[in-house]
Design a protein. Structure first.
Length: 286
């Protein structure tokens, strides 16, 4: 159940981003409100706000600050990389980052490596390439030499943040503190996003737009759920951590592709359908 909720929460984030332009919602403003919403949701859960005075006494607090800033940085990188490098390469970099936490989990937990796990992971990696393949179109943006490093930064940034979540979950967080950690992390993301927003024109005006607030609240609830249920899955699913990361990542891609096809009439290539079949086989093997 926690695995499924983690997948559905994360998939809903992609759906919202797809809908934002249709409703003319300012994406960055929604992101700022989303972090505030996610933080409040966690502090409200189980009366976590009572622990706020002792927030900086937790051993994981500095990790939360770092990951909170890293989450915002990777989002801005995704936006910039998509505009300058392209959607396909950016998506591959994001989804391939799952290799880092999967490898880290296998080494850190000294997990038993079976032939099914090896084949499942290899099929998962291959299916990601097949699922994100799209027809080339449109004009290429002008690129400078350093722009080619953007996908690498995304690969490392997302992989490191997921690996840190795994490390902190094992070493520092009690299962009952999952929501408090999650809300603290998003609160630091909120502070960082406000500081970035203050450098932009019309930031304050956009923040108080009703539709931006609604979009941000929905995004925040989904964002909180995606990390909260991932932590719950790592704690209670009874599945190896490397498999948790693999299944959640593949599930997000699978649901996103299917929703894109059925709900938004996005064009699917034969190679994409092959990727879906391979992803299902991978999940079954894992």
């Amino acid at each position: 159940m926690f695995l499924l909720l983690a997948i559905l929460s994360s998939t809903f984030i992609f759906v919202l981003f797809k809908l934002f332009p249709h409703f003319k919602i300012n994406t960055f403003s929604a992101i700022v409100i989303n972090y505030l919403t996610a933080g409040i949701a966690g502090f409200a859960m189980n009366n976590n706000y009572r622990a706020l005075p002792g927030l900086f006494g937790y051993r994981w607090i500095y990790f939360a600050v770092f990951i909170g800033i890293l989450l915002l940085a990777t989002f801005l990188l995704i936006k910039y990389s998509t505009q300058n490098i392209g959607v396909s390469i950016t998506t591959v970099a994001c989804k391939m980052s799952v290799v880092i936490p999967v490898t880290f989990s296998i080494i850190y937990d000294n997990e038993q490596i079976s032939i099914y796990k090896i084949i499942g992971i290899l099929l998962a990696v291959l299916s990601i390439f097949l699922l994100v393949k799209r027809e080339n179109g449109g004009q290429k943006a002008n690129r400078t030499w350093w722009m080619v490093l953007l996908p690498l930064f995304l690969f490392v940034g997302l992989g490191v943040s997921d690996s840190l979540v795994k490390l902190i979950q094992n070493e520092y967080i009690k299962p009952e503190d999952s929501s408090f950690f999650t809300s603290s992390l998003f609160s630091f993301s909120f502070v960082a996003s406000v500081l970035v927003g203050l450098t932009q024109k019309k930031f304050i005006k956009n923040i108080f737009s009703f539709k931006n607030i609604i979009g941000g609240i929905l995004l925040g609830l989904a964002n909180f759920g995606s990390l909260f249920y991932l932590l719950k899955a790592l704690n209670y699913s009874g599945v190896d951590s490397s498999i948790v990361f693999g299944i959640v990542n593949l599930g997000i891609i699978l649901f996103s592709v299917l929703i894109g096809f059925f709900a938004f009439a996005e064009k699917m290539l034969k190679i994409n359908w092959a990727g879906i079949v391979m992803a299902i086989i991978s999940i079954l093997m894992l």
